[in-house]
Design a protein around this ligand. Structure first.
Ligand code: CP
Length: 315
């Protein structure tokens, strides 16, 4: 039985449809006064976060608790990793306590795959370095579908710091799995080097002309955070110049609205207001930023349900 969720590439279209359908049911629970299901009673979920998080960690914890699992949070700073314990020893130690799932965020790309080789528990990738963030892509797809309907044929632009983004990779894969057309927009310095063959194989367009993309009237525009903490050099001259070329400014928000009055705006968060996204865009009626956060709980309930109580979702 499939028992991990490590990469969006492991999910078939049927897997994604199943997860989003269950998320719709879980979203109903979220709207109830008493938010509790017995579904995962007796199961133990460890959230092991070696990188900071607000949305992902809290939503996984809430998701587990609302399904009656015992959820425990461990962070890198508060664990024996800070005393030099290796990742392998840390996860094998936790696994020896007979936990059922490990939700892991780590700064190293590939960490979740590696951990899955070492433990008996189900492993969920909650973000590994610049590689993937599959539950973010699922919640983004769920959120867009709630507003736009089926994403088959929808046109989605993903804009910004692609080089340092795990969200973009998982989103591009999941959106293509659902039949959306995806255009990747970034300055040349923040377009991942060597992306050409992969983009071609996935059917993704690439460009550095944000204004042309907005004028074409995409159905959704996903702005990505400029990840300064991952930048070792100068990827753009100044913050002001980045905003002029690639920020969703008030003027660009107007251009998008003129081109497609139904278009929506997404951002996985946390946002750099005034850098990649203006306050006007972040707080616009067409902004789905808080809908994404809300969907995060429902989608993670769905993932945990299928991994721990259902048929599994991925290899
Ligand atoms: N989008 C996202 O992963 O946010 P956090 O870092 O707050 O979890």
């Amino acid at each position: 039985m499939n028992r991990h969720l490590l990469s969006s590439a492991d999910l078939t279209r049927d897997d994604v449809r199943m997860l989003l359908a269950t998320a719709t049911e879980m979203h109903e629970v979220q709207r109830r006064h008493v938010k509790k299901l017995p579904t995962l009673r007796g199961r133990t979920i460890i959230n092991l976060f070696f990188e900071d998080s607000t949305r992902t960690r809290s939503s996984f914890e809430i998701a587990g608790k609302w399904m009656s699992a015992d959820t425990i949070n461990i962070t890198g700073k508060g664990s024996s990793a800070s005393k030099g314990e290796s990742l392998r020893d840390t996860v094998r130690t936790i696994d020896a306590m007979a936990v059922d799932a490990l939700v892991i965020r780590h700064m190293a790309s590939g960490a979740a795959h590696q951990v899955a080789q070492w433990v008996d528990a189900s492993v969920v990738n909650a973000g590994d370095g610049t590689h993937e963030h599959p539950t973010q892509a699922l919640l983004d797809a769920y959120t867009m579908e709630q507003r736009l309907g089926d994403l088959e044929g929808a046109r989605v632009a993903i804009v910004g710091d692609l080089t340092h983004s795990r969200v973009f990779r998982s989103n591009a894969i999941t959106l293509r799995t659902l039949g959306a057309h995806v255009t990747l927009v970034a300055p040349p310095t923040l377009m991942p080097s060597g992306i050409g063959p992969w983009a071609a194989a996935e059917g993704l367009e690439t460009t550095d002309d944000l204004d042309a993309v907005l004028a074409s009237g995409p159905d959704a525009v996903m702005m990505l955070r400029v990840q300064r903490e991952r930048m070792s050099g100068g990827f753009f001259p100044t913050a002001r110049e980045y905003t002029v070329g690639f920020g969703l400014t008030r003027d660009r928000l107007r251009a998008l609205s003129d081109a497609n009055e139904e278009a929506v705006i997404c951002h996985p968060g946390p946002m750099n207001r005034g850098l990649e996204i203006s306050a006007d865009a972040a707080d616009a009626a067409r902004s789905l930023v808080l809908d994404q956060v809300s969907a995060g709980v429902a989608v993670r309930m769905s993932v945990l349900y299928h991994l721990l109580a259902g048929e599994g979702v991925a290899a």
